[in-house]
Every structure is written in C-alpha cells, then in structure tokens.
Ligand binder design. Sequence first.
Ligand code: ADP
Ligand code: MG
Length: 272
Amino acid sequence: MSGAASLGARAAPACPKVEVDVSHRYGPLVVHQELRFSVTENEFLCVSGPSGCGKTTLLDILAGILRPSEGQVLIDGQPVDPKRDRISFVFQEPSTLPWLNVWDNVATGLRIKKVAPAEIRRKVDEIIEIVGLRGYETYYPHQISGGMKQRVAIARAFAIDADLILMDEPFVSLDQPTRERMQREVLHTWEHRRRTVVFVTHNLEEAVFLGDRVVVLSAKPARIVAEINVPLARPRHPLSPEFTRIRATCAEIMQSLHARAPRNDTAPGVSP
Ligand SMILES: Nc1ncnc2c1ncn2[C@@H]1O[C@H](COP(=O)(O)OP(=O)(O)O)[C@@H](O)[C@H]1O
Ligand SMILES: [Mg+2]
C-alpha cells in the first residue's frame, strides 16, 4: 500500500482470511491499480470510493467470478474458487426469488449446499429471528417492503457458514430511516453470526458506522489511498466527537483526491 495514508492500521496477521493483490482493466480502461489489502477472519471491512471507481468490479474479483487482469485473491491461502469457497453476495437491489416465500428464500443457500433438513430448519429459524422476520415466514416477496426483502437477502447470506460475505451498497436504494435501521440490523446479525464481511459503499458515514476498518479507494484507476482503523465500540454514535473525527479524516482524504484528480467519471482512466 505504498503512498497510502495508514491511520493506525493493524499489522496484517500471519494468515489472513482473504488476501487481495490485483490490478484490473476492461480493455483499455484501467479500473484498479495494484490493490493490495487483506481481511482478517470475522472482520467487518468496508471499502469506500466514488461511484464508478470499481467497487462492484472488486467484489466480482473477490467472489472469483471475474478474473483480474493481474494478480490474485487468496482465501485461506488458496486462490479463490467459487465452487469450493462459500461466498455469499448481497446486491444493491434485493435479490429474492419471487416464487418462494420468506422462509424458503432464506433456506435456498443451505439447500444448494445440501445441508441436512433438520439443520436447515434450525439455521433458518435462528437467522429469521436475528434479522427480525419472525411472523413473515409465509409471506412472498411481493407482499413485503424493499427493506424487508433486503433483510431476506441478508438472512440468506448469513445463514450459510460463509467464508466471505460480500455486500455491494445494499442499502443505497432505501430511504434514510430504513437505511439506518438496516445498518443497525446488519451489525446485530454480524455480531450474532460472526463472518468475514467486505461491505462496499460510496457513503463514508456508513463505512465508519459499520466497519472495523475502512479501505478508501481513489477514483479510477483506483488505488488504495487510505486504510483507516475504526477503534470505536458499537453501537457507534455518528454525533460523537470520535466518530466525527474519523469521518472527517476520511472525507478530507476523499476531497483532497477530488481536488487533485481530473474528473474521470466521464473520461475513462486509460493508461498512458
Ligand atoms: N463488464 C464491463 N466491461 C467494461 N467496463 C465495465 C464493465 N463493468 C464495469 N465497467 C466499467 O468499470 C468501471 C468501474 O465500474 P464498477 O465496478 O461498476 O464501479 P462502482 O461499483 O465503483 O460504481 C466503470 O467505469 C464501468 O463503466
Ligand atoms: Mg457498484
């Protein structure tokens, strides 16, 4: 992470859960330049950067469904393999299966993994309780709100014993009060079901509210410009002086990048 600000970032453990060392381009469009970072087991890592900087592309690479132009992603020391590694994805738009009710939607991942029926019942009932969907098990997706559908997607992601849960701006289309409630709920779920999470958001406040650590990306070609530890106990209070200070540090880093860099959300970051 040469040249990047490192504010109290922890030393990488001997064998992190996830190790990333990738560069990516789509044809002439350079999206990522030497992104190197690791994620500790059960860590909640947020990745924040401006729209179009390559956050979704990074998640596709982490999931093993897109091969980076250079480098690789290791999970438990092995190159990521979507057939072997248990990786859950929570998308921007809630992805529920409209022909299944809430209970069956949550059970889908476990059924695909061929978990025994009694174990599926136990795990689904437990996670439905944690995410607050008790009483809605027999409802179909068209009968519940957008926020509830996203809860179904989160429950499905946390129901399996995932090696890695990838969340791609999952609350971006929710109104502010629902978004804040969902942020608290995702933390509540993670605290009850510790998993390794990479949560992508362009919203710094959300990143500082949720993450153990925030990796800040520049506009594309994206580089890591800061790795910021958030050593605040949860629940966090966005109006507390410590929270405000960390968020301001992130915002200053982002703003200094905008001031220096030409706008490249319209002009592609073509390498020289
Ligand atoms: N399959 C693709 N082929 C070519 N360009 C792509 C493809 N997917 C994304 N891009 C481009 O790569 C850049 C990063 O996209 P994306 O990862 O979706 O960014 P973000 O999620 O940060 O908004 C954008 O300029 C986008 O237009
Ligand atoms: Mg995206």
